[in-house]
Design a protein around this ligand. Structure first.
Ligand code: THG
Length: 265
């Protein structure tokens, strides 16, 4: 599993405060902790600051990247913010979070992927707004795969995201996500499948339980990456256990290694 650490997100109170107060130490500490806990990418998001998003996103990139030896996931719907962040990203191959099938956004982000040889998350969203069914998501996913490969992006650099909505809003949303994941996986195109996993539990108590249950189900359908809280030792352990059970970790090599390091919950 390719883990994207979600914690440096300005929609979180603690982060919003830290950004406002230019509290470098808090941000750096959370970056280090996520990398140490096994994040392959550390997501940075300043989207809660509508007018100052670019300024604060660049500040996050600047202070986070010297702290960790992992690339960043640049989380913004704004192509201008993305481009400015790419210019100062020093590590090999950042992850763009994200491109969509919306015409205008696609046209602005696709050239950046090429120019910076970046990897990208591709959201199952087109000009018709948020898709309502797994079939709509799969149509958009198919288009994104076609368009991105036509435009020369290797599919190993693409992370399709079904766009997970909270099961507290509709009981269908969990199943829709699982059906989308299994549909994309069945095409066997070589794309990765990721998701903002904790969206699923929004609005319910003990969210970690829903996230933990869902990651196991989603991995069984073909999820091979997730945007999660890597400091949750249980979800990280469930991921390692699931990799053994799904034959993604031959002879449990990684699982045993994690056990020996005392990393399993
Ligand atoms: N897909 C992609 N990127 C994404 C998402 C996605 N980025 C943002 C989000 N969704 C994933 N990241 C988070 C970050 C935090 C939380 C959930 C998803 C979260 N925050 C608590 C809340 O909002 O209640 C924190 C409360 C607090 O600390 O103040 O759960 O789907 N590609």
């Amino acid at each position: 599993m390719i883990i994207i650490g979600e914690l440096i997100n300005s929609t979180r109170k603690k982060i919003k405060e830290a950004i406002k107060n230019q509290d470098t130490e808090t941000i750096k500490e959370i970056a280090r902790a996520q990398a140490e806990a096994g994040a392959d990418y550390v997501d940075v998001n300043a989207g809660a600051f509508v007018h100052d998003e670019i300024k604060y996103l660049l500040w996050l990139v600047e202070i986070v990247q010297p702290e960790i030896d992992k690339p960043l996931s640049l989380d913004s719907p704004n192509p201008k913010a993305m481009e400015e962040a790419l210019k100062i990203h020093e590590k090999e191959r950042p992850l763009l979070n994200s491109i969509t099938a919306e015409k205008e956004r696609y046209a602005k982000i696709a050239p950046l992927i090429k120019e910076y040889k970046a990897r990208t998350i591709a959201l199952c969203m087109g000009d018709g707004g948020m898709p309502e069914t797994a079939d709509e998501r799969l149509k958009i996913a198919d288009k994104l795969i076609n368009d991105l490969s036509r435009d020369g992006v290797p599919l190993d650099d693409v992370f399709l995201d079904p766009l997970i909505k909270p099961v507290s809003v509709s009981g269908e949303y969990g199943l829709q996500a699982l059906d989308t994941i299994s549909g994309i996986a069945s095409w066997d195109t070589g794309v990765h499948i990721t998701c903002g996993l904790s969206n699923v539990s929004y609005g319910l108590p003990k969210r970690y339980l829903l996230n933990q249950a869902f990651v196991v189900m989603a991995m069984a359908q073909g999820l091979d990456s997730a945007i999660i809280d890597p400091l949750d030792k249980y979800i990280m352990s469930l991921i390692k256990a699931s990799e053994v059970l799904l034959n993604k970790d031959p002879y449990g090599g990684n699982y045993l290694k994690a056990h020996r390091s005392g990393d399993l919950a």
